[in-house]
Each structure stands twice: as C-alpha cells, then as structure tokens.
Design a protein around this ligand. Structure first.
Ligand SMILES: Cc1cc2nc3c(=O)[nH]c(=O)nc-3n(C[C@H](O)[C@H](O)[C@H](O)COP(=O)(O)OP(=O)(O)OC[C@H]3O[C@@H](n4cnc5c(N)ncnc54)[C@H](O)[C@@H]3O)c2cc1C
Length: 425
C-alpha cells in the first residue's frame, strides 16, 4: 500500500536540512522513534526525523488484521495520550482486555487476573503496531518543529565536542546536538557508535498471526505454558485473537510450512481448545528471539532508545512498553536540563547519563525477571512440576500479591516518568 506522506523533497528543503544545526536527529520512525521525535518537538526541540519506510496513515475499517501487535500497558496509553496520539489509536482499531488467564500443561494450576479486582476498566489494550505508529505520525505531520526525511541511507557518524555529525546519502552532513538511535534491534547507529551488545539467544521463535475462533475470547488474553514454550491468544475483537506461539527455533520452518488446516489443528492443540475451533487464519509470520542489551545507552551527543537499546522475550508483552518509557524518561531529562540552566548545554554528557541511569537498570530487571519465569515453565522434571503445581494455585489465591503484580504491569514502577503517569497538559 502506498503511503500518503511526502517522500520527495525540493532542493530548497535539502539545503535547509544541511544548513540547520538541529537540536535532535532521530534515526528510526517506528513506534518508539516517532514517539521520541513527537515528544521532543512538543518540548520545543527542533527535530529532524529519519525513517526508511513512510508509514501508511490512511485507515479503513476493512483493513486486514496485521501479524504484528503489541499489548500496551496503562503507562504506554498515558504516554500516547499525553503526546496527543491516543485518539489516533481509538479512531483506528485497538481492543481493551479485561482479564488475563494463565494455565499450565504440566499441572492443574490456573491463575486469573481480572481488571475488576483492582478497580480498573481494563488491563491494557492490544493494538496493531502499524496503528500505534500511524497514530503518532498523525501528530508528527501536524508539527512545525519536525522535519521528516524518508529512505535516506545513513553513512558516517562523528561525535565531536559540541555536536554530532551524520552523513546522509545525496545530501552531505547534518549537524545536531543530539542523535537519538531508534533504529531497532539491528541498530546501525549503535554499531557506528561502537556500543557493545550483550546478547542471549533464547533458542526459541515466536509464530504470530491473527485467527478467528469458534468461541469468543471474553476480552481476555489467554496464555498456556508448555514445555516447548508458552502459547497465547491476545484479544483483538470478540472472536478475533492475535496468537503468539513460542516454539524451539528448529520448529520455525515447520510451523510456517503448515497449510491452514494443519496450522489450525496445531493451534487448537497448543491452546487445549480453550477458544474452540480455529475458523480462519490471517497471514502468519515468525521471529527468532534474542535478548539484547546495549552496554551503554549514551555516548557524547548520542542516546539509544527502544529496541536499539534492548530487546526482550515478548511473552510478557513489554518490548514497546519499555521503549515508550525510555522516550518519556528522555523527554523529561532533556526538558529539565533545559529549564534548569539556560546557559548550560542541555545535551552535555552528564545530562545524557541521567537518562541512562534512569532506564538501563530498570530495563535489565524486566529482562531478567522474564527469564526466571520462562525457566520455571520450561522445566519438566517431577520435582519442578510439583513446584509449578503449587505455585500457580497459590498465586491464584494470594489476592494481594496478584493485585500488586497487575498494578506493576499496568502502571509501571515507582520511577515512572511523568508522561507515563497521567495527563500532564
Ligand atoms: C513476536 C513479537 C511480539 C511482540 N509483542 C509485544 C507486545 O505485546 N508488547 C510490547 O510492548 N512489545 C512487543 N514486542 C516488541 C516490540 O515489537 C518492539 O519492542 C518494538 O517494535 C520496538 O519498537 P522500535 O521503534 O524500538 O523498533 P522498530 O519497531 O524495529 O522500529 C525501528 C524503525 O527504524 C527504522 N530504521 C531502521 N534503520 C533505519 C535507518 N538506517 N534509517 C532510518 N530508519 C531506520 C525502521 O524502518 C523502523 O521503522 C514484540 C516483539 C515480537 C518479535
């Protein structure tokens, strides 16, 4: 589908881009980079946003369901609301889920989390990634503080004392006080800045897609733990759910090669038929899963956000939520630095380090806690099965612990940035 965004630029616009000293150049206009560009522009920074592929902003209700979706927390909803982008989600498509039900292949334990128990209207929203991105871009195109540039190869990067320089194909070098690397898991900016990466191969893949089920999902996200990895239905509409089926990596080709009838059968087995028969399967895709954590989030005049800084096992649905928290923390840090002392450079390294200290430890905690959880459910010895069979029913009965977990997942931890807390405008 063609984008309705302007891709070609005039010679005068090219000259302007090269002659401007930008406050911020954001590389990558996915969900996280677009949110960073928009929020920084709203905080009065002059932004150049580079994106490879122009997003599609036109919307029709007959738009087929996409394979890539995210479960957004309340903190992410707040960030998008504060940026003025939430209405673009609501006017397109997103589904509030009111409960989460977890059960286990090896024990009879089940845990049910319900929004009603913590007096909340829902536990979050399942939204297609392209919808989130388009809703943010709706606001970007209205901003006179953001210039956008598409499909421009990024070349050499130099980080100098007072600013950074970035080479853009066919244009020359742009100068900026800060480069924000938001170019995803394979970040070119991270590599060019020689920032090391800790990686861990999960040895798993995620098979994703949208399915129509015989039974309604009851606005519930269903997750079943099994030896190969978890299986989940994420509620998209009454009988539409997005699936996340985690398998050992060596089974990825097999899963993608299944015809629709065999694929449906396998989904029914993996979900123990909780939502009845699979009636229809939209497009499917699969991704190998790797944990990545950048050894540093900052260099002089450069910061990393989102997947460029960290990737995590998607079973807890935290990736883009953490990325949006990075963005909110970055906006708050830079805005405060600008207000604190107009005579001091807000982009100095000491300020960037505040952002890194705020986010890197928090992201590492979430990454590691996911692994502990995954480990527990991968074990299949008699002893560990009995631990699971005790933990799940116990967790289900411990209402205070359950409610605390729900609130942490929904609203974030104590060090939550202002934008994530509620309406600030
Ligand atoms: C199977 C699966 C399920 C997931 N489910 C969830 C979930 O439920 N909830 C959740 O929070 N997270 C989830 N995630 C994680 C989430 O999808 C990612 O964390 C999120 O997409 C990261 O967004 P990003 O903007 O940082 O990076 P990306 O989405 O990768 O965006 C990077 C952008 O940069 C652009 N770009 C790249 N290189 C350049 C360049 N050189 N110049 C210009 N532009 C460039 C790309 O075109 C792209 O638009 C899931 C991930 C997977 C794999």
């Amino acid at each position: 589908m063609q984008s309705n965004l302007q891709v070609e630029i005039s010679d005068a616009e090219k000259t302007n881009i090269i002659n401007t000293v930008w406050d911020v150049v954001v590389v990558g206009g996915g969900m996280v980079g677009a949110a960073a560009a928009l929020g920084l522009a709203q905080a009065d920074f002059k932004v150049l946003l580079l994106e490879k592929t122009p997003p599609q902003l036109q919307w029709s209700n007959t738009h087929p369901y996409e394979t890539r979706v995210s479960a957004l927390t309340r903190a992410s909803e707040n960030i998008l609301r504060n940026l003025g982008a939430w209405s673009g989600v609501v006017s397109r498509r997103g589904h509030a889920f009111k409960a989460m039900h977890i059960w286990d292949e090896a024990s009879s334990g089940e845990v049910h989390f319900s929004a009603a128990d913590i007096h909340e209207p829902n536990l979050g929203f399942v939204v297609e990634n392209s919808v989130i991105q388009a809703a943010i871009w709706d606001q970007i195109v209205l901003s006179d503080k953001i210039t956008t540039l598409f499909d421009r190869t990024v070349g050499e990067l130099s980080l100098e004392e007072d600013f950074a320089k970035l080479e853009l194909e066919g244009l020359g070098h742009v100068q900026t006080r800060l480069i924000v690397g938001a170019d995803g898991a394979q970040s070119f900016i991270r590599n060019k800045a020689h920032i090391g990466l800790e990686t861990h191969d999960y040895g798993q893949c995620a098979v994703v897609g949208c399915v129509q089920t015989e039974l309604p999902n009851e606005d519930t996200c269903w997750q079943r733990y099994q030896k190969d990895g978890p299986f989940a239905f994420l509620a998209m509409d009454e009988q539409m759910s997005s699936i996340a089926w985690y398998l050992p990596l060596e089974k990825m080709e097999w899963a993608l090669s299944l015809d629709d009838a065999s694929f449906a059968k396998q989904i029914e087995i993996a979900s123990e038929g909780r939502l009845g028969k699979i009636l229809k399967i939209a497009e499917k895709a699969a991704f190998p899963l790797t944990r990545r954590h950048a050894e540093a989030y900052v260099k002089p005049h450069l910061v990393l956000v989102g997947d460029a800084a960290h990737t995590i096992h998607p079973q807890a649905g935290q990736g883009v939520n953490l990325g949006l928290l990075d963005v909110a923390a970055l906006i708050e840090t830079l805005s405060n630095a600008k207000l604190e002392n107009a005579h001091k450079d807000w982009s100095r390294f000491a300020v960037l380090r505040r952002y890194e200290r705020w986010r890197r430890g928090d992201n590492a905690i979430v990454q590691r806690s996911m692994e502990g959880f995954d480990w527990m459910f991968k074990q299949d010895t008699q002893l560990k099965n009995s631990v699971r069979s005790v933990i799940l029913p116990l967790a289900n009965r411990l209402a205070p612990a359950k409610n605390w977990l729900m609130l942490q997942a929904l609203k974030g931890r104590e060090a939550t940035p202002l934008l994530a807390k509620g309406l600030v405008h």
